[in-house]
Write a new protein. Sequence first.
Length: 145
Amino acid sequence: MKLVAAFVGIWAAAFGWAAAPSQETKGERTVWDGVYTEEQAKRGADVYKQQCVRCHGETLEGNGEGAGPLTGIVFMSMWNGLTLGDLFDRLRLTMPQDKPGTLSRENGADVIAYVLNFNRFPAGKTELAREAERLRQIRFEATKR
């Protein structure tokens, strides 16, 4: 497993897919703490279908031509240990690929909620924040501890 993770990390770095860790202190909350709502994930699914599906696909596995996966071992390895603020910044600044930076903060947070829901992280009672600073307090952990 460590060999696979190392290979994925090298491969992601070579293609520029890996995110740089946030410089801010990482919070104690994780994606396992129910950080989005089901309703928010439903809104995110709608935004995803309009803005993301053509590159990342119906099953969020990417297209193999620059649009990386949003599920599976590569995705989990790339984001493990980073924060949702890091993911939010990447999404807001670089997506959609044909119109980078055009997603609203609300749409960005909703898409992240959808991605979390798709990857079977639990929903909670509070919506995911729309500010990167607040999202930096939530750590992405691929496995529950």
